[in-house]
Design a protein. Structure first.
Lengths: 352, 352
DNA sequence: CTGAAAGCGCTTACAG
DNA sequence: CTGAAAGCGCTTACAG
């Protein structure tokens, strides 16, 4: 605590430098209007004393409030996945709002690129100090973050990354390794002569970050020289009927598929299909801790779910912006989340 | 933030009650020396205004520093498991020390009950405001926490619980379910006619919280009506030679053991044995993210490790005390940790 | 380029 | 039983 005998604050720095604390404050915050000479002297003393500002006092005295924008998909009827990151945002917000930080959410529609662009524009018009976003639409996210760069607004990606788009931080899974883990689990008890099916279900497969998961999945088979044939299908309509149609056809063409890997949270649609068709000898693995998936996990139709702590991702992303903007601290450029394995037996203790 | 237009603080309460802010402060902190009448009036206004104290200002102004004691096993050559909770404690400490909280660690020796008693006495003599402990020695922990109760010092258990010993909170695994998960993983690819071996390695098996893990493990076999015979051995000396001796003997008596489950972090000694004896067709599952275990996980000798976020446990335990003591908040009486599954493929992203 | 002074919301002696 | 005043460490106009 600052009250202990050996704590040095602005007052002591000012005393040693023979200036007022206002001047010390100017140097600490890199404000203009201080001669090079006094600036240098003060910085030396700061270093010598290893001065640590008291954030409590700083935020208490400051009037300036900091605004963070959060740009994520709206919770839709189709999937309530984005409910969870939202909780992380609220948790972070509750923690830091007493420090004068305000978090404002902006929601876009996952089936409508334009809504992303519209919300992004609103953020820019509003004028914010930091942004956290899920770059669901790569092209549009690129444009938006380029604007942020020009305005020197730091931004953090969650859920998936655009590596070349220098963000303050990426907080999310190592998608390749995640697919790798999926392959391990899927094959752990599999016979080597059987086939494996990979299913991508998304309206935008051509522009789909998550293809890295499939790449990782395949590399597990290569690395371990497994002989199983990997069949792949892309389903571009996310409704059940489309999924059922494609699944029927692929299972008809390949009768000896023993295991299915779905590269995202829509695994529940495949589970519904397997259940309806009474195919209970096929292993099924997919992604994310959402209601529908847990239901099928519980019924034994989904064997494993992989999850990357979406709530924690969002929480950390907000806190990373807070660290940079308020505390002047640095944050890791990449924070890979754990690749969590969820089963019927442990799901009740899972913490998103 | 407090600076917004509609925030009411002690000043406003004082104005409305027609008293000084000092009196308001007395009421807020339940201090003596206020007439029932004014006390009542002030409390009404507090309620009406839904007054939320500003912790920043409170801790900044306060001189009173709060001391938390942490009573955990010393890191020994035998296992560095307790290094990890220590990191959690340090992380919590770093976060709250600026609020005037001090965390003091006390270490005992896992092979010496007396050291626990000695350290516990030191804590009591020191005079602290809260305690977090690992009740490794049940009897001694019971005595100690009874003293704490008399002195009205809140305490939090981590790692394992003593349910009847009313603590502020237990933060750790649901041991029964954890064993259940172990059984699921162990049997996921097993043949039904083979035997399973459960190994308890501990100097104090008779007084061993962790037997619940075995109970959970067994109940999985019951619940799923699995036919596998479960063989069990207790090894009361933790050194490699003793483990090797017992393992040799049990594998000699039971030649058709296909899978081994070790109920704690000493699984690496069994792994060493299997490696030395070139028994690479036996599945092995055990506990905890420690160096030696990860090594064997990586070599493919250990199939899965189960882990309960020991760092997070300790972090939360300290924060729970902080919540109660400083913020006057309430905390959950039981906080079960996730039952994490660690494999060769995902361990590099694991977060303790 | 620099400083004196008021203030953030709360706590703490001290005086009465 | 109650209040006036100083202070926690920092920030912010304002004046020069």
């Amino acid at each position: 605590m600052e009250k202990n005998s050996t704590y040095f604050g602005v007052k002591e720095i000012a005393r040693r430098a023979n200036v007022s604390i206002a001047t010390v404050d100017r140097v600490i915050h890199n404000r203009t209007g201080v001669s090079e000479k006094t600036k240098k002297k003060i910085n030396e003393i700061i270093k010598e004393l290893d001065y640590q500002p008291n954030i409590l006092a700083s935020r208490l005295a400051s009037k300036n409030i900091i605004i963070l924008a959060v740009l994520i998909p709206r919770v839709s009827e189709e999937t309530d996945f984005w409910e969870v990151p939202l909780r992380g945002i609220q948790r972070a917000d509750a923690e830091i709002k007493q420090y004068g930080i305000q978090t404002i959410p902006y929601f876009f529609d996952l089936s409508d690129k334009d809504s992303f662009v519209t919300q992004a524009r609103l953020i820019l018009e509003r004028g914010v100090h930091g942004v956290m976003l899920s770059p669901s639409f790569i092209e549009q996210a690129r444009n938006f973050t380029e604007e942020c760069q020009k305005l020197k607004i730091p931004y953090v990606f969650i859920d998936s990354n655009i590596p070349e788009q220098r963000s303050l931080s990426y907080i999310g899974p190592h998608l390749l390794k995640s697919g790798y883990v999926g392959a391990k689990l899927l094959t752990y008890r599999m016979k080597s002569n059987k086939k494996v099916l990979v299913v991508n279900i998304s309206k935008e497969i051509e522009n789909y970050n998550y293809l890295q998961i499939e790449e990782g999945f395949r590399s597990y088979f290569n690395d371990n020289q497994m002989g199983n044939e990997i069949v792949r299908i892309d389903i571009k309509e996310t409704d059940y009927l489309s999924v059922a149609k494609h699944m029927t056809s692929v299972l008809h063409d390949h009768t000896d598929i023993e295991a299915i890997f779905v590269t995202n949270s829509r695994v529940f649609t495949v589970a519904t299909f397997l259940k309806n068709k009474n195919k209970n000898n096929i292993s099924l693995i997919g992604y994310d801790f959402i209601k529908e998936n847990i239901q099928y996990l519980n019924e034994g139709i989904i064997d494993f779910l992989i999850c990357h702590k979406p709530e924690e991702q969002a929480y950390r992303a907000v806190m990373a912006l807070y660290q940079t903007l308020v505390m002047g601290g640095s944050v890791d450029n990449i924070q890979y989340m754990p690749i969590d394995i969820i089963t019927k037996e442990n799901y009740e203790f899972y913490q998103n």
